[in-house]
Design a protein around this ligand. Structure first.
Ligand SMILES: Cc1cc2nc3c(=O)[nH]c(=O)nc-3n(C[C@H](O)[C@H](O)[C@H](O)COP(=O)(O)OP(=O)(O)OC[C@H]3O[C@@H](n4cnc5c(N)ncnc54)[C@H](O)[C@@H]3O)c2cc1C
Length: 366
């Protein structure tokens, strides 16, 4: 069976890994940070694992809900009424009894149970292809600066489009394709997760136009305080990497965000904060889609990046997990199709050989 190297342990990398290991492929997933989940990664907050960035499911996330069912998590998914700033009615949104960490853990469990390998602190620096053996070589830099190379028949890169172009300069990918991928632009974000002593808002989602953050997401109002040790609120803001705020230390950014937050909720004091955590994301939201489907930029190489999900989903191609699941499913289907085609071609040539060689051998043997 063929081998696949997957770059990234975000939702898309883990879905591809789960499906391909189940089908018998030899799968090695490499991840540059020390933990899985990508944008959906969790951290320990109090006694619970909670997403570093705010996440929920929608009833219309059909591909995602099918995945949840497939990994056996449907009974851990609950639906809550949520009130949104500017919307009068409650909207049902979904969340897991043990957070999205349960989905990530379940996918990892399936991958390792089926023989897949995951390596952390392993940053892909270069992708090349040996034209004689037709295999890819994925060269990774480890945390001790040593390098390792992984050989595989297929590669699926799940990071963003620009970093992809940077690691595959040695591959024969058309200039026009490279240019289009470089033009998929992204908005960086800074997100502050706070555990507060009290509940501050009456709505799950509130926009905050004149603040350094644009969204206030009141996680605990909707999903409860669980084992967090208080009320969880996220402040999510866009911040260009050229903005001096981007390189400020975390405590300064936190103070800056909190001062603006107090303008929205003046009764709040700094002593109401029990703990906080800041997350900076360089490639948080893509801004544009390329004009054509570039998820297969060359034979046996796939780019499973949400910025390319437009062509894999009939859903509004927003920056959502739903479109990521659809794209991952479509890439796995393409690999399975390639392999089936290869098998059929081998079978046909075997049948052809049999029909020519066997009569000849019989004739020689008299
Ligand atoms: C603030 C915020 C809130 C969101 N909320 C929601 C929500 O409520 N509902 C929803 O549906 N969606 C939401 N999303 C979108 C959702 O998080 C993403 O669509 C999804 O997690 C993307 O998964 P992915 O695997 O495609 O990419 P990623 O999660 O970005 O994973 C890519 C992985 O590849 C790794 N990687 C990249 N380059 C390399 C390299 N060179 N070497 C090794 N590893 C590499 C990265 O470290 C990362 O782990 C939100 C996004 C943000 C930013």
């Amino acid at each position: 069976m063929s081998s696949v190297c997957i770059v990234g342990t975000g939702l898309s990398g883990l879905i591809c890994g789960m499906r391909l290991t189940k089908s018998g492929y030899t799968v090695h997933i490499v991840e540059e940070v020390t933990y899985p989940g990508g944008l959906l990664a969790s951290a320990k907050i109090g006694n619970e694992y909670l997403e570093r960035l705010p996440h929920h499911l929608r009833k219309t996330d059909h591909a995602l809900l099918a995945l949840v069912k497939e990994v056996g998590l449907s009974d851990k998914l609950e639906w809550f009424n949520s009130y949104w700033h500017g919307h009068a009615s409650g909207r049902k949104i979904g969340y897991f009894a043990s957070g999205f960490a349960s989905l990530i853990n379940m996918l990892i469990q399936d991958i390792t149970d089926n023989g897949g390998k995951i390596s952390y602190s392993c940053t892909v620096a270069e992708l090349t292809k040996d034209p004689t053996t037709n295999t890819f070589k994925t060269t990774c830099v480890l945390s001790d600066s040593n390098r390792v190379s992984i050989e595989s028949d297929y590669v699926i890169f799940t990071g963003s489009c620009r970093p992809f172009v940077n690691v595959c300069h040695g591959l024969p990918i058309e200039m026009n394709v490279r240019d289009q991928l470089m033009n998929v632009t992204y908005k960086p974000q800074i997100s502050l997760l706070m555990v507060l002593k009290k509940q501050v808002s009456e709505v799950y989602y509130r926009s905050a136009k004149d603040s350094p953050f644009q969204k206030v997401i009141n996680h605990s109002l909707c999903f409860g305080t669980r084992g967090y040790g208080g009320n969880v609120v996220y402040l999510v803001g866009e911040c260009a990497i050229s903005d001096p705020l981007w390189i400020e230390d975390e405590a300064t950014i936190m103070k800056y965000y909190f001062t603006s937050f107090r303008k929205l909720y003046p009764t709040l004091r700094e002593t109401d904060i029990k703990s906080w955590r800041l997350t900076k994301v360089r490639y948080a939201r893509f801004d544009s889609f390329p004009e054509m489907d570039l998820s297969a930029p060359m034979e046996n190489l796939f780019l499973c990046s949400s910025g390319l999900s437009k062509y894999a989903t009939t859903d509004e191609p927003a920056n959502r997990m739903e479109s990521v699941v659809a794209l991952a499913n479509s890439i796995v289907a393409k690999i399975e199709f390639n392999e089936e085609k290869k098998r059929l071609e081998q079978d046909v040539s075997f049948v052809e050989k049999e029909s020519i060689i066997t009569p000849l051998v019989n004739e020689i043997n008299g």
